[in-house]
Every structure is written in C-alpha cells, then in structure tokens.
Design a protein around this ligand. Sequence first.
Ligand code: GLC
Length: 562
Amino acid sequence: MRHWWEDAVFYQIYPRSFMDSDGDGIGDLRGIESRLDHIVSLGADALWISPVFPSPMKDFGYDVSDYRGIDPMFGNLEDFASLIAAAKRRGIRVALDLVANHSSDEHPWFVEARSSRSNPRHPWYLWVEDTGRPPNNWKAIFELGSAWHRNEATGERYLGTFTRHQPEFDWRNPEVRRAFYDIMRYWYGLGVDGFRLDVATAYIKDERLRSNPFSPRLVPDLLQRHLYDRNRPEVHEIFRDMRKAADAAGERVLIGETHGQDHELAASCHGGANDELHMAFNFDFLNQPWSAEAFRVSAERWYAALPEGAWPNFTLSNHDQNRHAWRYRGRTEEETEARAKLAAAMLLTLKGTPFLYYGEEIGMTCVRIPRRRLRDPLGIRTWPFWRNGRDQERTPMQWDASPGAGFSSGEPWLPLNPDWRSRNVAAQEGEPASLLSWYRALGRLRKAEEPLSRGSIEFLDLRRGVLAYDRRIAGGSGAGAAAGAAADAAAADVAAADVAAADAAPAATVRVLLNFSSRSIEAPTNAGGRVLLGTHRSEGETIQAGPVILGPCEALLYSLSR
Ligand code: GLC
C-alpha cells in the first residue's frame, strides 16, 4: 500500500521567519496561512513547521514550556485550527515538530522537578549528585561546556546537552512516555498529520553514564563519538510504541531527526520490520561536496542501508545548516544559480520524499550577521566563527522588494539578507527562467509523471561529472502505469490506437541527466525520447539515441521512447 508521505513533497517552515501577519517582526500562523498558495505553487503538499509551542525562546522554540499550546507570538489554538483547515482545503498535510528529548527549564514540570528530590516530577528528568565535578565528559553543544548543570535546591546536577535551559527527560520513566504519547494523540485529534521528532535518537542515555570516546570530528560532534549520550539501542522500543499509535490514529507520519553522521544508524530507525519511524531524516547530502559522483554514492548508500519496505528521503538544507545555494556557490552568480537548479532537479527526481527548506526555491543564501544582531545561542557562543551559528540560514523569507521584504511591516527579528531587493518571490514569479519557475515546473512534472514519485531508480554510468538515472514504472499493471504509458506514448508520437494496445505491456521511464560540471560534456545515451523539462532545452524537443551534448550545469529530463 502506498502512503501519502511517499508521494509528498515536504516544505519546512521556520515559523519565526516565514511570514509575519501582525507587524511584530516575527512570523506567525496567520502569516503561514496567508502564504499557503505559494507552497501549493511549488507542488509541495506537506509542511513541517518548526516548533510553535509556548517557549521562552532560549533555543527559539526548541525549548518548550507547554506541549499543548501555541506561543502567543505565533497566534493561538484558533489560528492553528484555521491553518489546518486552510491547509486541508488545499490538500496540504501538516507535521509539527515535537521536541520530546528535553523541555524548557521554565516548563512547569521542570520547575516542580527541580524544587525537591521528593517532588513527583523529579524522576521525569535526569539527575546526578553534585559532587563538585560532572560525572562524565558529555557536552552542552550550544554552550561548549559540560552538559551537567547545577541545581542548588536539590544539590544535584541535571542533564542538558544543548543549553542549560533545555533539561532532558528520563525516557526510561513510563510516566514520561505516557505523557508524550498523550500529547501526540492530542495533536492528532486536532488534525495534525504527523511529527518531525527532534533529536529522536537522544531520548535514551547510557544507564551507566559512560563518557563518550574521542572523535576527530569537531563539527558537529565536538570531538566526541556520541555513543553514550545518544544512539542507545533502547530507543527503538519507543519508536515502535510511537509507530503503533501513529498508525492507529490513521496515516500519520513520523519523521525522526536521527542525528545522523552515521547513515546505517539512521536507517536502522525504520525498524528491522519497518515498524519504527516512517522516515529517518537522511542528512547525508548536507555533507556532500558539489560532485555528481559524491551524490550518487551517497544516494546509493542510503538506498542500500534501508531495511526492506522502508521509504527513502532526501534534503539539502534545513534550519541548522548553511543553505545549499550558499554551500554550493559557484565562481559567478550565474554558476550559483545554475547549480541551484541542478540541485533542485536532483532533489525532486531521486526516488524518495524530498524535503525543501523555505527560501531555497528563490535561492536564498547565507550572509554574515553582525554580532549585535546574532540570536542563536550557538552563534553567540562561537562568535566570530560565523558558520557555526545558525542565524544566517534563518533570515526572513524574501517575498518582495518592499522594505520588510513582504515578510513584515515591522523590524524583522533577524536582519534580511541584503539581496532581498533583487532576490524575492515577486521578482522571480513572472520570470520563466527564474529558479522559482524552475522549482514550480519540477513540482508540476513530479505530479504529472508517476515514475518520478513512484518509479524504481537505476543509475547510469555515462561520464564523470554527470549524474544520470532512470525512474521507471513497470508496465501493464493498473491505471497508473497505463496513464504514464499513455502520456509517454503520446510524447513519442505513437498513434492513439497503439496506446490502447500498449496497456498490457509498456513501462514509463523518465531519464534524468544532470551535468554537475561547468563545462559541456558529451554523454553517450542508448535511448532517445522527448524532453519533459530542461534548463537548456524546451519541452517536446526530441533527443536522439546516441551522444547527447550536455551544456555546463545542464539539467535534462526526458521520457524515453519505447
Ligand atoms: C535539533 C534542532 C535544533 C535544536 C536542537 C535542540 O537539532 O533541529 O534546531 O536546536 O535539536 O532541540
């Protein structure tokens, strides 16, 4: 059985930065609602909204002080209901970001817990005796100090591996589990279609609190292999429980942030019997250089690591990583733009659910933010190493060339990227050659051509520098294949009568050729067809079997003739 998330294109919204409806400089739910048609225009049909729960905002919502509400800066539960209804009317699903590894230190549970050792909430969090020294080498990664923070009232230390304001739950405690399973059901009841699970593989820590061994990697590991403060095997039991509840609530999706430098570990979070998370985030593309070969190796490795029946996913950017248009910038603006188009074509045509990050569709980049305007605790702590902070990938969405970029009538909470006057949705909207138009065309094509969402994938060895693959639906089975075959056959100028006759047999194949190099490359292909979409060629053009000369950074998608 197909599930909706397997066909979906997700779009991540960082709510503070997407659209501000009330002029306070911070995005909100009404703002998101007012821009849903933009999301539809991309062919995206599912949202992941970063946390909107009440929060003291020490980590901008990733420190929750009430798991059942909406922070007033984003709106209220009525606004939320209105957003869900408006999204549903447009066929858009909504996944929330559940931060269940830790709460805010201002959450009433923690306020109670820290008040005395005998408080019933005390065992909901993780404590050690304060002997004057932390019990191990675990780090608070946004503070670069120990993860064990003093609590004078009880003479103990509590665990916070992000900031001291994010005390961590003891997920071995059945009461904590029950509380979160109830919270999940509560949001399902309000029409939420699933959750992105924040740092899901951190829920369980080593019972003996052993120190992490050394790792040569500074970022993001802080020179430690996270063997003991994350990635404990007992976490799978929790995933199985959550999965059962999600399935019982009917077609809800669980997407785990599985903290992955390790793709095998991430893949294992789907469960051996595909009975855990529906998708574990595949972050491997975030670490790849600009290279056709590197992306291919990464994708193939991910497919191979997934257990039977598990569904892949890909992403190039998110709120914790430098935007990919910036990471893959070329020597000229044109080259940067061309690479962004190529990256989008790859993301939206590989086999697996793509996750887009707001603003990538207009090629938003990263820019250094002056020290006094930094907001991210990590950026403030690691200043002047600006690439470690995360503010630069969270700057407000650039809707138009007006003073607040169409994002806000007030002073935006983070400075706009100074390129907003030229790089914005309004400017790119009417431009057939713009990146935005390219994303929209890819989104339309993905919906129209079934092989692109459901087909198998086969990589082709053409030439160094060219990423090439076929997406293929096997023929002769059901309406989908027949419709695909019909479209394909029509494109190949086959007479209508043949199309009807073809119902029993033909397959539909979309071939994707992506030239990652900045020079022309002759690629030998064994099959011709008709162009569906291309950066250098028009729809409907014929491609002959034999050598195809791909221009610099050319993306070419064509349907194979049979
Ligand atoms: C995840 C989030 C990140 C947050 C951290 C702590 O990694 O993506 O933004 O700061 O968890 O909740």
